[in-house]
Design a protein around this ligand. Structure first.
Ligand code: NAD
Length: 472
């Protein structure tokens, strides 16, 4: 009875949509004071976010348990600790990031010097998604603050406990004249989207991504769209199968029970190797989650009944019947679905044409592992692409011929936790990127500044354009 149903959540209106314009105006006025530009202000806000996460750790874990029954360790590793790391990195590097970057000049401008100055964009809107409701909210907010912007955060209504925790605490800890939280669903987000922003950072599905981009176009507002897609895993046969199976499981069922944007969506392997891979996955799944995974405390539930029904529809399609080789158990009352593996589902099935975003894992088989490249390239560009192999040639060919937001060889998910790498999609999986310095850059304008003196004033550039000048 305590589970949030889509309809109930949709009805919650916490923000008067008529006040969107005045909210943005207030922020604009505060931003104009220039206070967000100072290094000291940024550092104070970042330290406050860190303090919020430290002080409220227990409440955060509890909110994530309510929203997703997220296991405590998972909450700690993938939400709390990653938010902390993003904050600490920004604090450590901020001075360096803010420093104007010297640029080379050419003979055309001699004598001169040049630099690239990072300046805040202004007022930014961050719209986040429910699956990592803390990290996906605070991580972009950290980037926006580090870059000196005013921010409105709109957390996801599908994770209501985390949304209200952020609404309750964020403004208490930070400077709420320039950092605000607005709760709500489509109506509230639409009211916010009507306003003029200097950047919109959206995390979620591509359907709403298009709504965001269309709204932004009216004001010529740049957007970052962190979307999803079907992230493939190619499995070669010359590998350490046990390690590969464990890493696939960690990325799929160990990450929010598959409700993660870069979770393995489907596997491609050879017909000959598929039985070995399935056996290894079954064996490791049992070791991780026991004989009855529906009873396991170490696996998240499906977020709500809407998404449960969506996943069941993928599993119940006629084309897919008889293809389950492992799992398939479900408990609708508790919104639980066991890790489920399917073999050789048709390419035109729903499950192979929609992002799964849940605990179902189809395996497609090919004659030769190289044939997998064509399967991937015939589909929309994924957010992540994974390959398990020891072959140097296959690795090179994979990186060279497949376009994806990011790639990881011989593991899953971990590229997201590498702050020196940009995180973002390409094509249908999104545009723009963030994490580490890329977050700072995502919310900064790179202003080109050229300095000249009054010397070196070549007359050749001025009229009259005599024949002699044209020969120069
Ligand atoms: P969601 O339902 O939480 O929606 C995302 C945001 O869009 C929410 O804040 C919501 O209020 C808002 N929204 C919903 N409908 C709207 C509308 N009609 N108009 C305006 N705003 C609206 O999240 P979701 O979309 O179910 O999230 C899952 C998707 O997000 C998957 O595709 C997943 O791959 C992707 N995702 C991507 C990343 C990433 O970093 N690239 C991370 C997490 C999730």
């Amino acid at each position: 009875a305590t589970l949030p149903l889509m309809a109930e959540v949709e009805q919650k209106t916490k923000f008067d949509t008529n006040s969107a314009a005045s909210l943005v105006q207030d922020l604009r006025d505060s931003f104009s004071s220039g206070k967000t530009k100072s290094y000291e202000w940024r550092v104070t806000q970042l330290k406050s976010i860190l303090k919020l996460v430290d002080d409220r750790e227990k409440e955060i874990v509890e909110a994530l348990r309510k929203d997703l029954s997220k296991p405590e360790l998972e909450s700690f590793v993938s939400e709390i600790s990653m938010t902390r790391s993003a904050c600490k990195l920004a604090l450590k590097e901020l001075k360096k990031w803010m420093k104007p970057e010297k640029a080379k000049t050419s003979m055309t401008t001699f004598p001169s010097s040049a630099e690239i100055v990072s300046e805040p964009l202004g007022i930014v809107l961050v719209i986040s998604a429910w699956n990592y409701p803390l990290l996906l909210s605070l991580d972009p907010v950290i980037g926006a603050i580090a870059a000196g912007n005013a921010v409105v955060l709109k957390p996801s209504e599908i994770a209501p406990a985390t949304s209200s925790l952020l609404a309750k605490f964020l403004e208490e800890y930070v400077d709420c004249s320039v950092i605000r939280v607005v709760e709500g669903a489509a109506a509230e987000t639409s009211a916010l989207l009507e306003q003029k922003w200097d950047k919109i950072f959206y995390t979620g599905n591509g359907r709403v991504g298009r709504i965001v981009m269309a709204a932004a176009a009216i004001h010529l507002t740049p957007v970052i769209l962190e979307l999803g897609g079907k992230s493939p895993v190619v499995v070669d046969s010359d590998i350490n199968l046990q390690v590969a199976a464990r890493r696939i499981i960690a990325g799929k069922w160990g990450c929010n029970n598959g409700q993660a944007c870069i979770s393995p969506d489907y596997i491609i392997t050879t017909k000959v190797y598929a039985p070995n891979l399935i056996d290894a996955l079954k064996c490791e799944l049992e070791e991780f989650f026991g004989k009855d995974p529906l009873e396991s405390e170490d696996i998240s539930r499906i977020v709500n009944s809407y998404h449960f029904a969506r996943l069941m529809k993928l599993l119940d399609e006629d084309k897919v019947s008889g293809k389950i080789v492992h799992g398939g158990q479900q408990d609708e009352a508790h919104l639980k679905i066991a890790p489920t593996i399917l073999l050789d589902v048709p390419e035109d099935s729903l499950i192979m044409n929609e992002e799964i975003f849940g605990p179902l894992l189809p395996i497609i088989t090919v004659d030769k592992v190289e044939d997998s490249f064509h399967v991937i390239n015939s589909r929309a560009k994924p957010l992540a692409a994974y390959l398990f192999t020891n072959s140097k040639n296959l690795k090179e060919e994979f990186v060279r011929s497949i376009s994806a937001g990011g790639m990881l060889i011989n593991d899953t998910i971990l590229h997201l936790a590498t702050s020196t790498l940009p995180f973002g999609g390409v094509g249908e999986s999104g545009m723009g990127s963030y994490h580490g310095k890329f977050s700072f850059d995502a919310f900064s304008h790179k202003k080109a500044v050229l300095y000249r003196s009054f010397g070196g004033d070549a007359s050749a550039r001025y009229p009259p354009y005599t024949a002699r000048k044209q020969r120069l």
